[in-house]
Design a protein around this ligand. Sequence first.
Ligand code: FES
Length: 105
Amino acid sequence: PQVTYTDHTGASRTVAANVGDSVMETAVRNGVPGIVAECGGSLSCATCHVYVDQDALDSLPPMEEMEDEMLWGAAEDRQDNSRLSCQLKVTDGCDLHVTTPTTQV
Ligand code: FES
């Protein structure tokens, strides 16, 4: 599988991802800008905020209550397609495209 990240300037990067890794880990390991991930994935920073393509959104597992709560504290306003990328697992056969907020560089 692969994950494509588009930053707020419109620049995109596509990287190969390992099944089971999070979308956040995949970005950090590949040096993809736009995902800060201050807390390292422990669901306490909301600096891994991403916007997921609408058509892929339905195929993702629904968010847990804690992710939902953390998203209200994200620096850039949450949208209907907001998720925290440390909670998004890469799955087999599912390529994802996410857009990162202007507040995360
Ligand atoms: Fe901190 Fe996702 S990395 S909430």
